[in-house]
Design a binder for this molecule. Structure first.
Ligand SMILES: Nc1nc2c(c(=O)[nH]1)N[C@H]1C(S)=C(S)[C@@H](COP(=O)(O)OP(=O)(O)OC[C@H]3O[C@@H](n4cnc5c(N)ncnc54)[C@H](O)[C@@H]3O)O[C@H]1N2
Ligand code: MOO
Ligand SMILES: [Mg+2]
Length: 414
């Protein structure tokens, strides 16, 4: 008699996985290696930015008071007493009707409180004239206008993006504290599996899930241990899973989680004494996605069907790993868009459709069954159609999860 599994709602399954994701330790890494890692300390400003009043233009530092009454018919002349570029500091102090030739980024000299751009002057040797009055602090980049000393600019738990790198560098964080990366293993199960370099023989297919998941991890900046492929034999698979699980924080297997005669993952979890969080989710594809925990480690039993495997990773593995790394935004970013073609199938379970999203509209990315490979490659998003709904038509507004986006979301599909 086939085992009867009770499907869990996707949201509940996601919550359950997240509640089992513990925290990894932190480590410090060289700034140049920190891109894509999760910041594990608050990024606090160690100085004002800019650290001094400076010129935003190439021009002349002046005293605004000297420009009072300037006009096209009554130009005011200035005497140039010094010349500085960025990185240089003038030792001079401006007196009445004096100016210092100053380049973009240079510190404003003593006495100066405004900058006239070259384009606003008529130059004549060591002097120039102005035809308009300047306000106090006109054309001045003020100390601290970007960031104030002591401000918490970025909170712990944010992904280090190129801008974060610039901030870390600005404030002298040469060895930022980041979350350690989880040790993740991938094991593909299936007697039918061949390696990528093998020639096809009757009944066999090449293992595409293993390399795909490796790339999904890579996209998150997480390396993995490849445990290769195991044939559908209970003892052999058990040994392979057990060994891999002991060596990793998180083991991802593909295939063998359904109710077939050679689907051994359920028996393996039992033999390992693993706690199965769920083995059926009210979603398509990926309804057989199984998640278990053993000795505080995750065992993700993703379906063998490529689209189900891909979806199971994005919905469950990705946020769990990010939570382990202390990420504040572990979920796929969510938006809505208008369907640009009909989708007539009914949706007894929540349906995740590999899709092409163009910023306004969204459409399925071609052949979309659970065993599809092509639509994974063609899509950049997942359309989410709630369970219990009928078909959708062109123009309907639908939920969309974005794939491959650097910045995640704090909440699951709000
Ligand atoms: N009687 C039932 N049969 C099935 C059910 C069910 O509820 N009752 N569920 C179906 C659903 S839904 C799915 S999805 C699949 C899930 O199967 P498994 O996760 O057990 O995976 P396998 O049986 O090992 O393989 C399924 C399919 O995927 C191919 N595969 C496997 N590994 C790879 C790989 N690494 N690279 C590429 N393709 C792979 C495999 O050859 C099969 O075609 O079960 C349904 N059946
Ligand atoms: O798990 Mo299956 O993918 O629902 O088709
Ligand atoms: Mg199966």
């Amino acid at each position: 008699m086939v085992e009867k599994r009770i499907p869990m709602q996707v949201k509940d399954a996601v919550d359950l996985v997240m509640s089992h994701a513990g925290s990894l330790e932190t480590e410090s890494v060289a700034l140049e290696d920190s891109y894509g890692r999760i910041l594990a300390q608050p990024l606090t400003a160690t100085t004002d930015v800019p650290p001094f009043n400076r010129s935003p233009y190439d021009g002349y530092a002046i005293r605004s008071a000297d420009t009072a009454g300037a006009s096209g018919t009554s130009r005011i002349p200035f005497n140039v007493i010094d010349h500085i570029g960025a990185g240089e500091v003038s030792r001079k102090t401006l007196n009445a009707f004096e100016a210092i030739r100053i380049m973009t980024g240079a510190q404003l000299p003593a006495g100066a409180d405004a900058v006239a751009m070259f384009e606003q002057t008529v130059e004549n040797g060591q002097s120039f004239t102005l035809r308009k009055p300047f306000n106090k602090l006109e054309n001045v980049s003020l100390q601290g206008e970007d960031v104030a000393h002591g401000e918490e600019v970025i909170e712990s738990g944010n992904l280090i993006n190129p801008g974060t790198i610039a901030l870390l560098a600005t404030f002298g964080y040469s060895q930022p504290q980041v979350a350690k990366l989880p040790t993740v293993g991938i094991l593909s199960t299936g007697t039918e599996l061949l390696s990528v370099g093998d020639a096809l023989v009757p009944g066999k297919i090449r293992n595409s899930n293993g390399p795909m998941i490796m790339a999904q991890l890579k996209r998150m900046g997480i390396p993995c241990k490849m445990y290769g492929m195991s044939i559908d034999n209970l003892d052999e698979s058990f040994e392979a899973v057990q060994k891999a699980a002991q060596e990793t924080d998180c083991l991802i297997t593909t295939g063998g989680v359904s109710v077939g005669d050679f689907d051994f993952l359920p028996a393996i979890y039992e033999r390992m004494g693993a706690k199965v969080l769920f083995n059926k989710v009210a979603m398509r594809p990926g309804s057989v996605t199984t998640v278990a925990v053993a000795d505080g480690r995750f065992l993700f039993g993703l379906s063998g069907n490529p689209s189900a495997c891909f979806t199971g990773f994005e919905l469950f593995v990705r946020p769990a790993l990010l939570k382990m790394m202390g990420a504040e935004k572990p979920f796929l970013p969510h938006t809505t868009a208008f369907l640009s073609e009909d989708f007539e199938k009914a949706n007894p379970f929540t349906r995740f459709i590999r899709a092409v999203y163009d910023g306004e509209t969204v459409r399925p990315a071609g052949f979309n069954k659970s065993n599809a490979v092509s639509s994974i490659a063609r899509g950049n998003a997942l359309i989410v159609l709630p369970g219990g709904t009928r078909g959708f038509v062109k123009g309907d507004r639908v939920d969309v999860l974005l794939l491959g986006v650097e910045e995640g979301a704090a909440k699951w599909m709000v």
